[in-house]
Design a protein around this ligand. Sequence first.
Ligand code: HEM
Length: 211
Amino acid sequence: MNRRDDLKRFTYPERLIHWVAGLSFVFLLFTGLAFSHPRLFWITSLVGGGSTARVLHPWMGMLFTGSMAIMFLMWAKEMVIKDRDLMWLKAIKHYAVHDKEKVPPAGKYNAGQKLFFWSMALLGIAYVVSGVPMWLPGGALGMGPFYGGVVNSMRLVHYLSTVAGGGLLIVHVYLGTIAYPGTLRGMLHGTVTRAWAKLHHPLWQKEQSGP
Ligand code: HEM
């Protein structure tokens, strides 16, 4: 699969953590959707039934949070927004219609990818902060330390952040697969073609080629 001319885009640990976060997030979205309306509860049968889904959802949430924390430590430095990213954002409408000539050249990540990273990092915090009170309720519902008012307002935060994260994920998956062929390969096998890098991340491609 890999050719001599290909460029290394993601290391094995980067890909492993990305897919742990990706797959756990999809699991969370589907089980969360099942809990959101009685008509959708049938979805839990795909993971072994309602009680199994209820037990697995928060633990999977812990796995997602842990993988996001590692992803954050691995990538935060590369995701710092620079001046050239602001220029890229100004030209985002040209990027959306694949008018490459009018889009300033991107480094390893473009500004859209960087914003996605920071949004998911913030949403990751919102999920865990709002999810734990629902996991450990007190009073009639359980022995935990969190009570009615807090649990209910956290439920709203959890719902709203899920809608935001779910929407962002759809865009992310679309851009990484259908919209830009050759991108998924980097996250599966670790390498991309030089032509792909030159087209989508020209500054990074130049850096990789050396002086
Ligand atoms: C489950 C389906 C997913 C697919 C198919 C997918 C695909 C990809 C691909 C192909 C890349 C490489 C982009 C490049 O080389 O420029 C990537 C990068 C990345 N992915 Fe995912 N991903 C998925 C889920 C997720 C989830 C759930 C998260 C976070 C919670 C996530 C966070 C990231 C981040 C932060 C990057 C680096 C920046 C970026 O490219 O946007 N991914 N993903």
